[in-house]
Design a binder for this molecule. Structure first.
Ligand code: XUL
Ligand code: CO
Length: 441
């Protein structure tokens, strides 16, 4: 591919931990084998199209600060094509295996649905060609049913069935394109599926409509033979005051209540977890515990700002704990680590996009190595096993298997008296984690 949009950057190489080259990997060595798989296979990095190529630094208080070379064409379709070409040049130079998009990121919306879909077909044909040329694959596709004013009161949960129908038409098309491009998954993030006030909202009806919408999506997936996974991405609030897909546990309950639990897995986003006042690893652990881990939107928030800042993940400890849970859950199958993250408003150069992704990939590569050592040594797992050892005996097993009664519990307690206490050893384990974090290179 001719270098056009990032002429100053060559393919990013792995140079090892002693390198001081900001445009090289210090830890991410795609072909290095960790626990039987290459780093590339474990981490399945994806670049997101929306922030990386369509974001330009605008915030609630100010205009865009970045002038992207690829966004300058006067004809919006030409600009869309150039953006896609720039994106594939970037994916290739960075050395990521995957990308993710929303329908409205890749092709500008036209005046009618029919014309919008024609534009999407034209861009998807170019995407298919660029995928073939580069070997970069689609991790997942999704629909933007939250930016256009028609979605001011939500999409599937809108008070109007006409808006529900519009959103369904969009998902239909975006899922078909994802299928056509060989996508490994399809994401549902309920952009405005929630409410701003309850006095104007029929919550029971709205959530029932959301379930119906998802059932219709499952039926369409079967009809077109799309074999990719379907994911729901929880988020507690923002843009609405309350989003129905609040967190992993809320979505799980919703899926179970509506007979959808076999058809959906979760796309866990770090910054959405923290907005729900959970640690990122809590959401992952919940998903793994219930067989729901699908994919991850890898980013981070800012503890002092408290909104969805979508920063690039650079906290090695957070990445290590995340990988510790992901690896113990068997690792990714269809999913991966999608950088749903954007540059800070003052990072205005194209090279900043490389710095951001290189740092994030290195942070996860270090996290992977740390997690692998933690698991291989077995110290944390042994501690947990020992902590629950009482449950492995006859008495504990009778309870776990459902054979025991409250009468038996009372008889046991009367006989054995006060239970022995044991320390949870939190500080010892925190110290140990630091040893793993700072001794592994
Ligand atoms: C919004 C968010 C979305 C989804 C896809 O907070 O995370 O970008 O990942 O719609
Ligand atoms: Co996301």
């Amino acid at each position: 591919m001719a270098t056009q949009f990032f002429p100053d950057v060559q393919r990013i190489a792995y140079e090892g931990p002693d390198s001081r080259n900001p445009l090289a990997f210090k830890h991410y060595d795609a072909a290095a084998v960790v626990a039987g798989r290459t780093m590339a296979e474990h981490l399945r990095f994806a670049v997101c199209y929306w922030h990386t190529f369509r974001g330009a630094g605008a915030d609630m208080f100010g205009a865009p600060t970045m002038r992207h070379r690829w966004a300058g064409a006067a004809d919006p379709m030409r600009a869309a094509e150039e953006t896609l070409e720039a994106a594939f040049e970037f994916f290739t130079k960075l050395g990521v295996g995957f990308w993710c998009f929303h329908d409205r990121d890749i092709a500008p919306e036209a005046d009618t649905l029919a014309e919008t879909n024609r534009r999407l077909d034209r861009i998807a044909a170019l995407a298919a060609k660029l995928q073939d040329d580069t070997g970069v694959r689609l991790l997942w596709g999704t629909t933007n049913a939250f930016s256009h004013p028609r979605f001011l009161a939500g999409a599937a949960t809108n008070p109007s069935p006409a808006v529900f129908a519009y959103a369904a038409s969009q998902v239909k098309k975006a899922m078909e394109l994802t299928h056509q491009l060989g996508g490994a998954g399809y994401v549902f993030w309920g952009g405005r599926e929630g409410y701003d006030m309850l006095l104007n909202t029929d919550m029971r009806r709205e959530t029932a409509h959301l379930a119906r919408f998802l059932h219709m999506a499952v039926e369409h997936r079967k009809r077109i033979g799309f074999g990719g996974a379907l994911y729901i991405e929880p988020k507690p609030h923002e843009p609405t005051k309350h989003q129905y897909d609040f967190d992993a546990a809320t979505v799980h309950a919703f899926l179970l209540a509506n007979g959808l639990e076999k058809d959906f897995k979760l796309n866990i986003e770090a910054n959405h977890a923290t907005l729900a006042r959970h640690e990122f690893v809590h959401e992952l652990e919940y998903a793994v515990a219930h067989g729901l881990l699908g994919s991850v939107d890898a980013n981070r928030g800012d503890a002092l700002l408290g909104w969805d800042t979508d920063q690039f993940p650079t906290d090695v400890k957070e990445c290590a704990l995340a990988m510790h849970t992901i690896l113990r859950g068997g690792g990714f199958t269809t999913g991966g680590l999608n950088f749903d993250a954007k540059l800070r408003r003052q990072s205005i150069d194209a090279v900043d996009l490389f710095h951001a992704h290189i740092g994030a990939m290195d942070a996860f590569a270090r996290g992977l190595r740390v997690a692998d050592r933690m698991i291989a040594d077995g110290v944390f797992a042994d501690f947990v096993k020992q902590r629950y050892v009482g449950w492995d005996g006859d008495f504990g097993q009778r309870i776990e298997n459902g054979a025991a009664t409250f009468e038996e519990m009372e008889a046991y307690t009367l006989k054995h008296g006060e239970p022995a206490l044991q320390s949870g050893r939190q500080e010892m384990l925190e110290n140990l984690l630091n040893e793993y974090l700072y001794s592994v290179r």
